[in-house]
Design a protein around this ligand. Structure first.
Ligand SMILES: C[S@@+](CC[C@H](N)C(=O)[O-])C[C@H]1O[C@@H](n2cnc3c(N)ncnc32)[C@H](O)[C@@H]1O
Length: 430
């Protein structure tokens, strides 16, 4: 085990990863494969190669990265852009840092277009994984990239081929708005004058001191008054950022110049009085003391939902589907398992079986907004326009009965208002 320590040290230094002993088997297996490919026998010789720069660490880093993402992930957070972008009168720079295969950056481009600011908006997507960037640049995706509840918004900008398992190509106008570049957040220089940085689901993999340093550098990369958005599951940040609680979740802000010199007020962050981004917030204390270093990333997966997701995220959708089928055979009363199974069946182009799975969710939970929503899209894809309309109508009615900001189960943070509006739009489509 200790033999591998020099490699772990190099990896930690290069990437900032929180690589604990629990990831050792994974690192070891990936390193052995990389050595095999390079035709190098033994770790010392390979380390020498790495240090001399003759063998890049790229492949190993690519293998260890978790590039899991999809269109309009955590859509409530993307709502911040709807609030902020129209108010910017100068050219706009958006950065998706740790963009993985690019769905987040393209979602930003779609929003910019919907908001009518695309002509003056530049979007940069960066990642450490060259394999992910290659996929991002190809701008071609499978159904799994559209599994989020808000991905309907992306579909209007995607063209599918007629293969049994279709591939979706991003519209050239959206594609042209985004540039992808390789950028290691730990070692590389950052772009400057960014209006909004999204860095979601990246810090969960990194060590605490590395996170603090990256946050400091993000602060420097923003314009005065610029925004940093992390995922809701990311560790919270403190100064120099001001923490602002909005209807889009907690976001971080570089204070405008006049406020940056003001001493931080003692009171905690309060919710803004209206559905808007809070006014330029004075520097405020973080909402909670910093959390301890993140949990090990590759902890054994006991929960069946997590196990199915891990298989799907790893790209083996058929195995994920089998695991989902087995899991709900053992626990037939868990609607979320049937729902996950349905989503996988959609991806595997098994529409009729997906519809059956969704009906099982609705038998267990007739008020499941997400089951009705997915039923609507699946029926429409299968040519049942009337059935789809009824399903979207049901979503609209269910959402109208819920408090507007209520997050919907299995909907990735999307609220009743948001999904209600989405369903209304779908319902009115011919
Ligand atoms: C789970 S994905 C997040 C994708 C997207 N931001 C989202 O939230 O859906 C995490 C990404 O962070 C990238 N990453 C991890 N460490 C990095 C580093 N040091 N520099 C740049 N990217 C990094 C990984 O390659 C991976 O693609």
């Amino acid at each position: 085990m200790t033999d591998w320590e020099p490699l772990l040290r190099r990896l930690r230094d290069r990437t900032g990863f929180a690589l604990g002993p629990e990831r050792m088997p994974e690192v070891e297996a990936a390193a052995r494969r990389a050595m095999g490919r390079a035709g190098v026998d033994g770790l010392p010789a390979w380390l020498e190669w790495l240090d001399s720069g003759r063998a890049p660490m790229t492949e190993l880093i690519d293998e260890l990265m978790v590039g899991e993402t999809y269109f309009f992930r955590e859509p409530a957070q993307l709502g911040l852009l709807e609030e902020v972008l129209p108010a910017i009168t100068t050219p706009i720079s958006l950065w998706s840092a740790g963009c993985a295969s690019g769905e987040e950056a393209y979602s930003m481009a779609i929003l910019a277009r919907d908001l009518g600011v695309a002509d003056r908006t530049r979007i940069l997507g960066t990642d450490i994984s060259r394999a992910s960037l290659e996929k991002a640049r190809s701008a071609r995706y499978g159904e799994w990239s559209l599994r989020g509840p808000a991905s309907l918004r992306a579909r209007a900008w995607l063209t599918s081929d007629s293969a049994p398992r279709p591939t979706y190509a991003v519209d050239p106008r959206i594609r042209g708005a985004v540039t992808f570049e390789h950028l290691n957040l730990v070692t590389d220089p950052y772009p400057s004058q960014q209006d909004v940085i999204f860095c979601r689901n990246v810090f969960i993999y990194l060590r605490q001191p590395v996170i603090a340093e990256i946050a400091r550098r993000f602060h420097g990369a923003l314009v005065d008054g610029g925004w940093l958005v992390l995922a809701s599951s990311d560790p919270p940040l403190g100064p120099p950022f001001a923490t602002v609680r909005t209807d889009y979740g907690i976001v971080y802000r570089r204070a405008p110049p006049a406020l940056r010199t003001a001493p931080p007020p003692p009171q905690p962050v309060r919710p803004p009085p209206r559905r808007a981004v809070a006014p330029p917030a004075p520097a405020a204390p973080p909402r909670a003391p910093p959390r301890p270093p993140p949990e090990p990333v590759a902890a054994p997966v006991a929960d069946p939902v997590a196990r199915v997701r891990a298989l799907a995220d790893g790209g083996d959708l058929a195995a994920a589907e089998r695991a989902a089928a087995e899991a709900h055979r053992l626990s037939p009363m868990r609607p979320e398992l049937h729902y996950l199974h349905a989503v996988l069946l959609v991806e595997l182009s098994q529409g009729p079986r997906a519809v059956e799975a969704l009906r099982r969710v609705l038998y267990l939970d007739p008020a499941s907004v997400m089951a009705w929503m997915t039923l609507g899209t699946t029926l429409r894809a299968g040519g049942d326009a009337a059935g789809a309309k009824r399903a979207f109508q049901r979503v609209r009615q269910l959402c109208a009965r819920l408090p507007p900001g209520e997050p919907i189960p299995m909907a990735d943070g999307a609220t009743a208002t948001y999904l209600g509006r989405l369903a209304e739009r779908e319902e009115s489509r011919p």
